[in-house]
Design a binder for this molecule. Structure first.
Ligand code: GTP
Length: 317
């Protein structure tokens, strides 16, 4: 068992390392330029570091926290060499993430006492919502759990069809209705079907139109209310999917969605192929909502459970 676990961890680590490559290259490239000819961490180095963190989409507030901590350390130690900067930065970022009970999980797990466990997935179009649902379905299925998908994004026919593709690919049942039908009705049918079939996990896709916040709020509230007619404490999780490659836009979407509904966890996708990996650090710190999953590729196995230790390890390797 532990043998397989090790193999899996190694693969997971390699995928994470590869996924974060661009972010690392960009970050450390800039950092090494900033310290050229400097032996000591001084005001100039700290100013450059601040710029680099902001440019890496860590977010202004989180950047300021990190800089303040490093300033305090530098003031206390009197002399901090630039060769120590990586270590200090790593420690401070790890410390910041440790302050919240975020990112401690290592496996795809769901609470055993909630059956069916209902995950309502929200997020704007194109962020990787459908792909994330498909990847999650695959992970849960691999654990022997019975999964059902609900196509409650009835606003666009393509959204229903895309979810169908993932349902076929993962060999998981899907509940769907015609385009334009009431999303709450699809969610209701899906939960009914899950109860009848004794399913373990239900994943409900929803439409993510942000242009009208009141509509979005009303729609999500209605879906929740109707689901509760079947499973009283549903949804157990409201997972907001954010596209990590959009940097500050992802922050803005998190703000909007948290105003519209109670978001309980986040998935940050497309961290591979972007230099904006710092967004995970900023979002974890600012929203105090756990980043539960990260997308590091388009493949079915390229969704990982976010673990802050692995993330920091991989980033500062
Ligand atoms: N590289 C990479 N691509 C991803 C990741 N997650 C999703 N994608 C890609 O992003 C694109 C959009 O993903 P979808 O799942 O269709 O996004 P969506 O939010 O459901 O969008 P709509 O279907 O338009 O609502 C697809 O081409 C996915 O393959 C990821 O972690 N890494």
């Amino acid at each position: 068992m532990s043998f397989f676990k090790n193999i899996f961890s190694k693969e997971k680590k390699e995928t994470l390392d590869k996924g974060l490559e661009k972010s690392k290259e960009s970050f450390f490239g800039k950092l090494s330029k900033a310290v050229v000819g400097k032996s000591k961490v001084d005001e100039d180095v700290l100013d450059s570091l601040e710029e680099i963190l902001v440019a890496s989409d860590v977010g202004v507030n989180t950047t300021l926290k990190i800089i303040t901590r490093i300033e305090e350390r530098v003031a206390k130690d009197k002399y901090v060499g630039t060769d120590e900067l990586n270590t200090i930065l790593r420690e401070e970022i790890a410390g910041l993430l440790s302050e919240t009970n975020i990112g401690n999980e290592t496996d795809f797990t769901i609470p055993a006492d909630k059956k069916p466990y209902v995950i309502m997935v929200v997020g704007v179009n194109g962020v990787g919502k459908t792909t994330t649902i498909g990847k999650l379905a695959s992970q849960f299925k691999k654990q022997g759990l019975k999964v059902i998908l609900g196509a409650a994004d009835t606003f666009r026919a393509a959204a229903i069809d895309q979810l169908q593709v993932w349902a076929d690919r993962t060999d998981v049942p899907i509940v769907r209705q015609e385009m334009g039908s009431d999303p709450a009705s699809v969610a209701f049918d899906t939960l009914k079907s899950a109860v009848t079939q004794n399913a373990d996990v239900v994943i409900i896709d929803t439409a993510g139109r942000l242009h009208n916040k009141v509509n979005l709020m009303n729609e999500l509230t209605k879906i929740k209310r109707v689901m509760q007619k079947v499973v009283a404490d549903a949804p157990h999780e409201v997972l907001l999917v954010l596209d990590g490659s959009t940097g500050q836009n992802a922050f803005e979407q998190a703000k909007q969605f948290t105003l519209a509904t109670e978001v309980t966890s986040l998935a940050v996708t497309k961290l591979d192929g972007t230099a904006k990996g710092g967004v995970v650090i900023g979002i974890s710190d600012q929203f105090k909502i756990p980043v539960k999953y990260i997308g590091v590729g388009e493949g079915i196995d390229d969704l990982q459970v976010f673990n802050k230790h692995e993330f920091v390890d991989s980033f500062f390797k």
